[in-house]
Design a protein around this ligand. Structure first.
Ligand code: DX5
Ligand code: ZN
Length: 217
């Protein structure tokens, strides 16, 4: 089993200390910086937008993994690429023309991510799996950090891993929500590649050490 790629979510960071928080991540074993964008429409919360993403990117030495929890993402993806996004995930449930969204991400030259809510059947990704670089599988209902991990996720990761294998695709599986050192080994055993962790990292006494521990599960 390979070691996970770690994507700390800065939603849980101290926004009054963006520079220091990003420098901490630069000095850590984090592989990506996960950026959560919430619009108050697709999800019942508002986080931050394009200028704040650019501010994180200003100091970041790791690629920005931008998770768009917004309706009509096609209107904004180009701006997020300009703000530094290297991977962009749009939500399956927010995109009636998902194939077109994926084409747009390809044309912009960024990693193509699709995020799926806990109720969305895995099978719905089959016909597009070759066009998806990363599935961001939600292990909580999107909208807030610090929520409880949904146990059904293990089964869903295994289902998605099986689907990817059956289709001969290279899609990576990212898990987002409530990840900690208790569930990380089980998620990796089920077939995950990338772990997002927000509150578990930023509420820790020693975030750099916590990232190292997640990396070594
Ligand atoms: C939830 C976000 C997550 C969240 C993760 O809507 O997409 O990325 O910030 O935070 P924790 O790890 O605290 O659940
Ligand atoms: Zn996220």
């Amino acid at each position: 089993m390979a070691s996970p790629l770690i994507a700390p979510s800065v939603l849980a960071s101290d926004f009054s200390r963006i520079k220091e928080e990003v420098e901490m991540l630069n000095a850590s074993q984090a592989d990506y910086i996960h950026i959560d964008i919430m619009d108050g429409v697709f999800v019942p919360n508002i986080s931050f937008g394009i200028p704040v993403t650019a501010a994180f990117n200003k100091y970041a030495q790791k690629p920005l993994d931008v998770h768009l929890m917004i309706v009509q993402p096609e209107k904004y993806v180009e701006d997020f690429v300009k703000a530094g996004a290297k991977i962009i995930s749009v939500h399956y449930e927010a995109c009636p023309h998902l194939h077109r969204n994926l084409q747009q991400l390809k044309d912009l030259g960024v990693g193509r991510g699709v995020a799926i809510n806990p109720h969305t059947p895995i099978e719905h990704l089959r016909d597009l799996i070759h066009d998806i670089d990363m599935v961001c599988m939600m292990s909580v209902n999107p909208g807030f950090g610090g929520q409880k991990f949904i146990e059904k996720t293990y089964d869903r990761v295994a289902q998605l891993r099986k689907l990817i294998k059956e289709e001969g695709a290279a899609t990576k599986i990212e898990i987002d929500g409530g990840v900690n050192l208790n569930n990380a080994p089980k998620l990796m055993a089920a077939g995950a590649d990338i772990l997002v962790a927000g509150s578990f990292v930023f509420n820790a006494k020693d975030p750099i050490d916590t990232i190292a521990q997640l990396k070594s599960v």
